[in-house]
Design a protein around this ligand. Structure first.
Ligand code: NAP
Length: 483
């Protein structure tokens, strides 16, 4: 496992929803990996909380099964796993009732770092915050970690912020967006602000356009009725794509510290123009012999909810005036890809003859698969065939360049949990950021609801509706292929 780790102070981590899907697949395996890496001090305690009929022994067995299922076999050392499991206990309580909180209080110590992870449905965020306060469980330096979705629109996000603010100060609230914990996202900041090479070119004068794609091959099967109430705009654009857009477009913060970074992100959200209906395409996937359609997955005969959205955005500020940002995300697409592509302009004057094949530089920052970056540069085609130009990628897949250490880099969740323990909010969303993102999103959704826009149908495992291709074609551009 990764060796260069910074140990953290002893802590108590309480996971509300400790038996849920997220805890099982991400949080608990991630904590084991941090333990294995020597990052979790011996005194650290993990306390699972849920209503289910379970005791500490039962929960320890649950944790062991989760770790064995979601951590590579080579890391599941029985002795280490046993020592890790001894750090774990369980408290049974219903977050909406008043029983069981004294047991929880007895299990945590306010004089150490306390983190309360709300890995439960959003309707429980308020009741838990309130009870942690009224039962005097959370010490003055306690942190709460709040999962997505953070609200359904601006009003509900604001109401949730107000509820949390009644019991916790902003510096104690960690709104999680796991995209921000990805290695490449942080590398985007290292690339932009740790090098002299790109930043002088990172503006409308040199950048033709930027594409942000988050494509998934999975459909909404299994959670269709839940998804049908949100759709791609609320589920992906308002949070994940917006965060990627902000980090790509923001001005250099004065320091890599929480409020400096978040102030700059907020300025981008506030500078976003509203999207014209003609600059946006919503879609719904069809079924085929192998997979069900969106409507079947959502268990409905008719739905106006989008499983795909593509849009062209403009940021009204000096840096980006005239450079469009194209965003797209969808389910049941041809590949599973998350990437940011910065397409630079062509040189202003070509000294080469026409038809030499000259094109523009393209920097792509891949979040998945194979986290890394590549830069397309134009070179002369080798050989005696005259001056023919071709593109070659300068590829830096982290796992290739940095070896096993990069391939084993912590998952986004484990990195973010350790940031919570350290008290570093840089990679978490501030309350005003979330509200501003909703304030931009709400009128767009209200617009298509008012127009009763129907989503365009697209084939399962395609690149989305034809109209999404046209969104770029009509500007003389094209999407990077989804492979
Ligand atoms: P889940 O599988 O439904 O688990 C919910 C957990 O909460 C269970 O442990 C459940 O146990 C507990 N719970 C429910 N009601 C409770 C109550 N009244 N008091 C105490 N505990 C209660 O949900 P999940 O998929 O883990 O998702 C948890 C949160 O993470 C949600 O906000 C979700 O949107 C977010 N999220 C999940 C994922 C993911 O991949 N799963 C990804 C991103 C965000 P009992 O029923 O025994 O109480």
């Amino acid at each position: 496992m990764v060796s260069r780790v910074i140990p953290v102070d002893p802590f108590d981590l309480v996971i509300f929803g400790g038996t849920g899907d997220l805890a099982r697949r991400k949080i608990l395996p991630g904590l084991y990996r941090r333990y294995l890496d020597g990052q979790m001090p011996g005194e650290a305690c993990i306390i699972g909380v849920a209503r289910g009929d379970m005791d500490t022994d039962g929960y320890r067995a649950f944790v062991e099964t989760s770790v064995r299922e979601f951590v590579a076999k080579k890391w599941c050392d029985a002795k280490i796993l046993k020592a890790f499991i001894e750090r774990i206990s369980f408290v049974q309580l219903d977050a909406t009732g008043d029983q069981g909180w004294d047991e929880l209080k007895a299990a945590t110590k306010p004089d150490r770092v306390q983190a309360f992870y709300f890995s439960v449905g959003p309707s429980l965020f308020g009741p838990i915050a309130e009870r942690l306060h009224t039962h005097e469980i959370a010490g003055p330096d306690a942190r709460i970690v709040v999962e997505k979705p953070f609200g359904h629109d601006e009003a509900s996000a604001r109401a949730l912020n107000e509820t949390l603010a009644r019991h916790f100060a902003e510096h104690q609230i960690y709104r999680i967006d796991h995209y921000l914990g990805k290695e490449t996202v942080q590398n985007l900041m290292a690339l932009r602000f740790g090098n002299m090479l790109f930043e002088p070119l990172w503006n409308a004068q040199y950048v033709d356009h930027i594409q942000i794609t988050v494509a998934e091959t999975v459909g909404v099967e299994g959670r269709g009725s839940y998804y049908d109430k949100s759709g791609a705009m609320r589920d992906m654009v308002q949070n994940h794509l917006m965060q990627l857009l902000c980090l790509t477009a923001m001005e250099p913060p004065s320091k890599f510290e929480p409020n400096a970074v978040r102030d700059e992100k907020l300025k981008i959200i506030r500078a976003l123009d509203q999207v014209e209906p003609g600059d946006m395409v919503r879609g719904q996937y069809r079924g085929n012999d192998e997979v069900a359609s969106y409507l079947e997955d959502a268990e409905t005969d008719a739905s106006m909810t989008e499983s795909f959205i593509a849009m062209k955005l403009h940021i009204s500020n000096w840096r980006w005036n005239g450079t469009p940002f194209y965003l797209r995300t969808g389910k049941r697409l041809r590949g599973r890809v998350s990437e940011i592509v910065v397409r630079f302009k062509e040189p202003p004057h070509s000294i080469f003859e026409e038809d030499t094949g000259q094109t523009a530089n393209e920097l792509s920052i891949r979040l998945q698969p194979n986290e890394g970056m590549d830069l397309k540069v134009t070179i002369k085609e080798p050989g005696p065939g005259g001056m023919r130009l071709i593109d070659v990628p300068l590829d830096m897949t982290f796992a290739d360049a940095l070896g096993e250490e990069a391939a084993e880099a912590p998952d986004a969740y484990e990195r973010l949990i350790m940031d919570v323990i350290r008290g570093n909010q840089t990679l978490f969303m501030r309350g005003d950021e979330v509200e501003a993102a909703w304030a931009w999103t709400d009128p767009i959704i209200a617009g298509w609801e008012k127009r009763a826009d129907k989503p365009k149908l697209y084939d399962a495992f395609s690149t989305g509706p034809e109209e999404a291709l046209m969104l770029l074609h009509k500007d003389g551009r094209r999407w990077r292929e989804i492979r």
